[in-house]
Write a protein that binds this ligand. Sequence first.
Ligand code: AMP
Length: 376
Amino acid sequence: MDASEDALIAELVEAGQLTAEQVEEVREIQGRLSSMGLKARTLLSLLQERGAIDQDTYDDLERRRRRASGGEQIAGYRLLDRLGEGAMGAVYKARQLSLDREVAIKVLSPDLAQDDEHVQRFLTEARAVARLNHTNIISGIDVGDSGGVRYLVMEYADGLTVADLLERGGAMDEERVLHVAQQMARALDHAHKANLIHRDVKPANILLTKDGVAKLSDFGLARLELDDADARRMGTPDYISPEQARGDAKVDERTDLYSLGATLFHMLTGRPPYVGPDASSVLAQHLTAAVPSVLEEDPTIDPRTDALVSRLLSKDPAARGRAKELAEEIEEVLKALQAARLSEPMPGAGVVSRAAASKPGASAAAPAPVRRRRRR
Ligand code: AMP
């Protein structure tokens, strides 16, 4: 329970700006989300999402809540902006005063800070990140406790998450997706070599910097591969592997390849591989439904990309391959796509599209498929 949030909400109810029913409703939603192992959300953010309070009121209350919970005072850092809210708490942009540089600070939600399991998970993330050193992984800087506020300081990535991009503009350009995929394959190869499984690869955990570098973040569910006593925690249903969905006691690094495959599917088509009315229907499809094809969603996608994504989405982990091979394979597909693009006639010469030219067996005389307009 976040006492400061409760006090603010009580104030709103007293002032007649909220009804007790509205508060009860969001409490119930919050409880449901956390029992499903999904993102922890503050009551204020749920009230705002449901239109019970407007954005200005929310921003003001959120500021007051942070101040009251001590989230704005971390020795050695000056908190600047709130970047977002994850499963474990809020993330802020901050200035590290000693080195005069920008960093990102994840502050464990005050209600979770009292819960041993969550504190352990938070420390797991900190230790996991500390073991790794790779351009495509958000690096860890510090972890600490400032007057009861637990925080994790990380490298700051100036950009957007893939989830933000998908929300704004739907499907992404194929070559761009493959560049991100390759960087994620390298990041996973590095983590897997350190015996670390991410377990929650998804669009919201891939940050894209303004320079086009993709960085994997949020090792909150990561566990050392050797330590599988508590491997049953679920990731997000949209990208979860069948073995994680089943709650297998032992999952290995190939679970990350499946989740990367599901993420790539979403990036290429604008929707996750399986959709359904609720989480259990999505989970059931990850377990038993036929592997969907990105080509069926968009015929202009290169068949090699389609084959690669379908392979990553195999129900059988053995069929998915390893991260290192994946990075090499993507390099080959990218080279082929670039070569096909360069050999494409100038616009107006009208013979064959890049997609058709790169398809094995495609003839120049065949009608060029209509390339759906991509937004980015
Ligand atoms: P998370 O708790 O890791 O899911 O983070 C919540 C949100 O904070 C993300 O969706 C990002 O928008 C933002 N964020 C997290 N880590 C960073 C970082 N290192 N640099 C910049 N933004 C971040």
